[in-house]
Design a protein around this ligand. Structure first.
Ligand SMILES: O=C(O)CCC(=O)C(=O)O
Ligand SMILES: [Mn+2]
Length: 165
């Protein structure tokens, strides 16, 4: 985590031309893995097809892979490291169910929570693109999809501003 250098409880990897990374210096997108220096693997065609069906153009540039095990959670935040703030964010939940919390544009405003099951999709589009959201907890043992248990969330994002047609 920025400043403190403490680890997140969620483990992360990336697919695609850009990956979201975090360290003491802050959050950013970069084309290579921060430790190996290698490019991220490509986003699988099935995910690109899902994006084309639900979002259309432009193409996503990052698929963040979040792995939740052993009490991992994600605090309330907005996805705001992308230049392309008007392009929706699409996420796919796999494995154990999760309690997802979503609010509005103010950090301290009212929120609602909903249960995301394996296979559920979340599309943050329009006004909700800038809404606060997070994962309160994982309901361990609700799915046997992920080997060893837990939840995987795939979050697809456009990062750079699309070229004008
Ligand atoms: O795990 C989730 O469903 C949410 C992930 C998320 O909000 C993020 O990676 O920015
Ligand atoms: Mn998010």
């Amino acid at each position: 985590m920025p400043r403190t250098g403490r680890p997140f409880s969620v483990r992360m990897a990336n697919l695609g031309p850009l990956g979201w990374v975090s360290d003491r210096r802050g959050y950013r997108y970069q084309p290579t893995h921060p430790v190996t220096g290698r490019p991220w693997p490509p986003i699988p065609d099935r995910l690109l097809a899902l994006w084309r069906e639900l979002v259309g153009t432009p193409e996503p540039e990052c698929c963040l892979v979040n792995s939740y095990r052993d009490g991992a959670k994600m605090g309330l935040h907005r996805d705001e490291d992308e230049e392309a703030q008007e392009v929706p964010v699409l996420s796919v939940s796999l494995g154990d169910a999760a309690i997802f919390r979503v609010g509005g544009l103010a950090r301290r405003g009212p929120t609602v929570s909903l249960r995301l099951e394996s296979g559920d999709l979340v599309l943050l589009a329009g006004a909700s693109r800038r809404a606060y959201h997070g994962i309160d907890r994982i309901l361990a043992g609700t799915s046997d999809l992920v080997p060893g248990g837990g939840r995987i969330n795939l979050t697809l994002r456009r990062v750079s501003r699309p070229a004008r047609a």
